[in-house]
Write a new protein. Sequence first.
Length: 255
Amino acid sequence: MFGAAERPVVFAGPSLPRSLRRGVDAEWRPPMRRGDADRLLERAPGRVLILDGLFSSHLAVTPTECRALLRAGWSVVGAASMGALRASECWSEGMVGVGAVHAGYRLGTLTSDGEVAVGYDEACARELTVSLVHLRATLGRELEAGRLAEAEARARFAEARALHFLERTPGRCLERWREAGASLEGARRLARELQTHRHDPKRRGAALALSLVTGSDALWPAGGLLGSGEDLDVLAGSPDLAADRPARVVAPGAV
């Protein structure tokens, strides 16, 4: 582990539950917002991991702020949510992106910031609603396992995507799927899978990035593209990956 002065700064919210942070030697910060990067510039350069960030009434951290950190000598890594998005925009300056969500943005298969938006409880950093990338990955697994036909997977995705991201809870998805004619057993199975976060690429990317920035011998290639090939395959195999809808405006309390 790094010494106290070298602990990485980690901006995290619902993408990395507090239960997964226990025992990790890091300087934990809430989801990043505009101005947080400027405050880091007032101290000696170190390592920073950006996972989650705020939108809307809380102004979002900008690519310009991330580039300023890099030019000041900070090692900047992004994954999961806001961090994955900013890394896809700042890789040429040396920001490192980790995980399938970043790869999706970097390669252009994901284009909307609405893909990672969720509602969450600020008091406990608990995710309350389902992101579209999580939904895609879960449906992709169901498709691979033969529990859903492609037409069914596309339908389930479209039905859930029609819900506003602040309303897209597993329970509300279940109701929408039942209203659209899905079987009770199938709808319940999907809702349960979403609740487990077993296939959530945001959470998997966050955990991978955290292990990298807190490893004593972690080395990052400038502008690197780090992530699990398996995660990327699952995400790319999910239905309706074109993400052709425009991004929604994200409300406060969403990352």
